[in-house]
Structures are given as C-alpha cells and as structure tokens.
Design a protein around this ligand. Structure first.
Ligand code: PSU
Ligand code: MN
Length: 306
C-alpha cells in the first residue's frame, strides 16, 4: 500500500538497484529556510557535493499526492520559488499527501519519508528543538520526537540559539537519542562552532560513527543518531554578534505574536535581514560541510555493511 505513494527519481531508483549509499535531504530548508534564488543554488550544490563523495542525493518533498524521493531540477526550482508550499510536520503528513498540495518536508517528515524509502542517512543544516520560553508555551519541535523513534541518522550543525540548547539536549537524552560531536566536545550552535554545552560523546572519524550506527542497528535499538558537525572555522559568526541579532529577532517574533510552525521560518528570515545576508552565507557554508561529512559517513557505513 505504502509503495503506491512513493515516487523515486531515476537517479535514486538506479542507486537503490545498484546498492549504492544514498543521502536524504529535506525541502523545508529550501522553501521556508532560505530566500530564492540562493535556496535553489544551495540545494543543487549540496546534491553535487554528495555525489562527489561517492553517494547519491535524494531530496524529499510531497507533490501531487506522492512522496517524492529525489527531485528533478524543475521540481527543485518549483519548491524554491513557491510562496505557498506547506511546511509539513508529522501531524500534517497525511493531509499533505491526500490533498495533493505542494509540501516541503521538515527534519521530522524527511526522516519519516527516508525510512519509508529505506534510506538511513540524512543531511540538513540545523534541527528543531525545545524553544526558549518552553515553560510557558511547551513548544518542542516534532524533530526531536522523530529522532527518538525513526531509524534515520541525521547530520546537522547543531541547533541555533533561537532554541533552548540545554533543554534540547536534556530532551534528547530522556528520549534515548545518541548525540555525537564530530570532532567537538561541545554542541555546535549552528552559526558558531561552540555553544558552551558539553556533549556526552565525541568521535573524530566517520568510521567510528559508522561503527556506532551499525552496532545500534545490530542491537535493534530504535531511533536515529544525531551527528553534530561544527561550521567550518572560516565561516563562523562572532558569538556575541549573532546572539544579539537572535535576541532582537526573538523580541520581534513576540511583538508580532508569531506562534507555532511559523516561528522558525520567521526567525530565519529575520536573522538573514538583520545580518545583511551574513547569516545566509554561514548557513549555506555549514550545509555544504554537512553534505560532505554526511556523504562520507554514508559511504563508511556502506563499507561496513557490504
Ligand atoms: N533550522 C534551520 N533551517 C531550517 C529549519 C530549522 O536552520 O530550515 C527547518 C527544518 O525543516 C526543521 C524545521 O525541521 O525548521 C523545524 O521547525 P519547527 O521548529 O517548527 O519544528
Ligand atoms: Mn513548534
């Protein structure tokens, strides 16, 4: 039954048939995470970086009642330009498919679709988490719950300090999610390499991470491993500078009563504006770095399994 909803691009279908390593990519980062045309350029280049490392990219979205695994150029362009693509979280998934609307998948729903398609690695920029002020509004991204249950390993640059990072780590610990610092003792804070929050596990090679993942699967432990990969030194932003901008954007969101799923896109766009595009450059650079590491990890894991 599920099969009738999945639609594979030729490149991804060929990769499955040839048993090649595949890396999933999300589409909300394209439709709601970055402005056009930089978003489409980022999506294309991210895909080509994954190919250069010997893996096959599979950008995921919901279109015409299908869960698309791998997008054509024209489909990337459509998503990048669309003003009304739905931001599809787990609760929206069935509606987005049944209504045949254009749906951009978040970290949570990209994980769901990747698992349906048998893909176990997924590269993105940053994940959602526990929002600041949690004690008042209980806003926790569905991304965290998905990591707890769905067996897809996610490579990201940590989470932005628009979120409550210590609570995000606590939540992940409670739900049994292994969080790896790739070459770092601290949780990276997206725009900066450091956050001041210690991680429980640091690993310095993709082979070691692949081995943990392969063992986790042998042990039949559910959920995904979260690999946090710091932004390259030369692209990181000054911590005080970006924290100041984030504080202003947080205040704007509050003043304008932005709530629910609109908060993250609002904050991202506001930060890009307030930094004159500097945050966008950093964001794109860290995605490319994650694509490289994520593809290397998928290849290392593939080598263990084959
Ligand atoms: N963080 C980013 N860029 C993004 C997102 C988060 O730096 O594009 C998107 C991802 O798709 C993530 C989603 O899954 O926002 C989280 O939204 P929420 O906080 O509403 O769960
Ligand atoms: Mn939320």
């Amino acid at each position: 039954m599920l099969k009738k909803y999945l639609s594979f691009s030729k490149e991804v279908q060929d990769a499955i048939d040839a048993n090649q390593p595949i890396v999933a990519l999300e589409s909300t980062i394209i439709s709601h995470g970055m402005p056009y045309p930089q978003n489409v350029e980022m999506a294309r280049k991210t895909e080509s970086i994954i190919r250069e490392q010997g893996a096959v990219p599979a950008t995921i979205a919901i279109m015409d009642g299908k869960i698309k695994i791998g997008l054509e150029e024209s489909e990337l362009e459509l998503l990048g330009q669309s003003k009304d693509a739905l931001k599809v979280s787990r609760r929206d998934f069935a509606y987005a498919v049944s209504s045949k609307k254009l749906g951009a998948t978040t970290v949570a729903t990209t994980m769901m679709a990747a698992e349906m398609a048998g893909i176990h690695f997924f590269v993105t920029g940053g994940i959602g988490g526990v929002h600041r002020g949690y004690e008042d509004h209980m806003d926790v991204s569905a991304d965290l719950e998905e990591l707890a249950h769905t067996n897809v390993n996610v490579i990201c640059a940590g989470a932005k300090s628009i979120l409550d990072l210590p609570r995000t780590l606590e939540y992940l610990e409670t739900h049994g999610v292994t969080v790896v610092g790739y070459g770092t003792d601290e949780l990276p804070a997206f725009f900066t390499r450091k956050s001041g929050h210690k991680l429980n596990l640091r690993l310095d090679t993709v082979e070691e991470i692949a081995s943990v993942i392969a063992t986790k699967d042998d042990l039949e432990l559910p959920g995904g491993v979260l690999i946090t990969n710091p932004i390259p030194e030369e692209h990181q932003l000054d911590r005080d500078y970006i924290d100041g901008i984030i504080a202003q954007a947080t205040q704007d969101a509050e003043d304008q009563h932005v709530v629910g799923k609109d908060i993250t896109p609002f904050m991202l766009a506001s930060i890009v504006k307030k930094t004159d595009g500097k945050s966008l450059e950093a964001n794109i650079a860290l995605v490319y770095n994650n694509a490289k590491v994520g593809a290397q990890l998928a290849v290392a894991h593939h080598n263990i399994k084959n």
